[in-house]
Design a protein around this ligand. Structure first.
Ligand SMILES: NC(=O)c1ccc[n+]([C@@H]2O[C@H](COP(=O)([O-])OP(=O)(O)OC[C@H]3O[C@@H](n4cnc5c(N)ncnc54)[C@H](O)[C@@H]3O)[C@@H](O)[C@H]2O)c1
Length: 353
């Protein structure tokens, strides 16, 4: 196989490139990236060490793909991935990368009859609907009730049937628009496609920042002690997300590559599910345990734009299709991040502290 991974120097892209290359030495893997994300450049030597080739290119520019030929798979992991992207200033970069960039990738897939795997997001779901799901407030977290009045919602989380109508952030909108285009290319041109709607992915090599990569941000602020804030929902830190270790995503993608027909033309919610879910407050306690440090955390009751109180992927569909289940729990994720920070402290401190 000859696989092109766009955003191949990013957190998700680089881990997929290296994970696949470690397992399949005979695969030819190309990481394509414009290095827009700060810290992505640190992955170039790692990719090189693993014999993954790197092409500096931009998905917004179709002709940047002219250097690429004869590929059998495209994994599209390039994006401006922040839910706050485009809110201040121009929306051009976000839309050009996350939507037009996907179209360029689809055209490249069409040209080479390559299979196409898209890293989408749970942010395609409607914010007004997510704000109105029924939950109770426990001591450390919000908890979904079994009795919901909306399609696709239960105490187990949200399925692929949860509404996408209504606003969903500019980021979520660019991803949903890409999903629609992918569906068209699948039906019109017979392209083999998989859409993975991921929730919070995390693990080593994620360059966590305030608006993206919350688990690494939380660990880093405990590791190099620095203040944090519980923003929104009363400022108590009870908002909940499920999280997925990046290695678990890589093992799913590996399975999808070798069993493409099981997934072809479909959309899947991907995440750790209820079992691997955590509130910010609980995350604080675990970061304290792993690092041995306690930091100041300020409550800021007002909600941030596009934020939601609770998201948990109901992964019944992908579990059924793939017989895949995440192997790593929250504590394992945090320990892996801790080891990564400890081993590369000097370089990472500048970026993450
Ligand atoms: N990390 C998560 O929690 C998460 C959750 C859901 C979905 N996703 C999706 O997974 C994919 C990867 O996200 P990530 O967390 O690795 O983000 P990331 O920022 O670490 O990686 C994205 C990469 O894309 C590159 N890039 C940005 N604009 C580009 C352009 N115009 N041309 C070429 N390369 C460009 C960046 O330099 C970066 O290396 C994205 O599509 C994102 O929407 C991520």
């Amino acid at each position: 196989m000859r696989i092109l991974v766009t955003g191949g120097c990013g957190f998700v892209g680089s881990t997929i490139c290296i994970g696949l290359k470690e397992k399949y030495r005979n695969f030819e893997i190309i990481a394509f990236d414009n290095l827009k994300r700060r810290g992505s450049e640190l992955n170039i030597p790692r990719l090189r060490e693993h014999e993954v080739s790197f092409i500096h290119g931009d998905v917004r520019i179709a002709s940047d793909f002219d250097r690429i030929d004869d590929i059998s798979v495209i994994i599209d992991a390039s994006a401006e991935p922040s839910v706050l992207a485009g809110i201040e200033g121009s929306t051009d970069y976000l839309i050009d990368t996350n939507f037009s960039g996907t179209i360029n990738c689809l055209n490249l897939a069409r040209k080479w009859k390559a299979k196409f795997i898209f890293l989408s997001t749970s942010r395609v779901y409607s914010i007004p609907q997510l704000e109105h799901v029924r939950y109770v407030e426990d001591e450390t977290r919000f908890r979904l009730l079994a009795d919901q009045n909306c399609a696709g919602a239960s105490d187990n989380g949200f399925t692929e049937d949860f509404p996408t109508g209504g606003y969903r952030s500019l980021y979520g909108t660019t991803k949903l628009a890409s999903e629609l285009a992918i569906e068209e290319y699948h039906h019109l041109f017979g392209l083999d496609t998989i859409i993975n709607r991921c929730g919070v992915l995390t693990g080593p090599y994620q360059m966590g920042k305030v608006d993206q990569g919350v688990v690494v941000l939380w660990m880093a602020r405990h590791f190099w002690p620095k203040q944090l804030k519980y923003i929104g929902f009363g400022g108590t830190g009870k908002q909940v997300r499920d999280i997925l270790h990046i290695d678990d995503l890589v093992s799913l993608i590996d399975f999808q590559l070798s069993n493409f027909d099981l997934f072809n033309g479909q959309v899947f919610n991907i995440g750790g599910g209820l079992e691997v879910s955590i509130s910010l407050r609980e995350l604080t306690a675990m970061c304290e345990e792993v690092t041995g440090n306690k930091i100041e955390i300020i409550g800021q009751p007002e909600n941030r734009v596009a934020d939601i109180p609770i998201y948990i992927a109901d992964t019944t569909k992908v579990f059924r299709c793939a017989k895949w289940q995440p192997k790593k729990g929250v504590m394992e994720v945090l320990k892996d991040v801790f080891i990564w920070l400890s081993n590369d402290e000097t370089r990472l401190k500048e970026l993450l502290s």
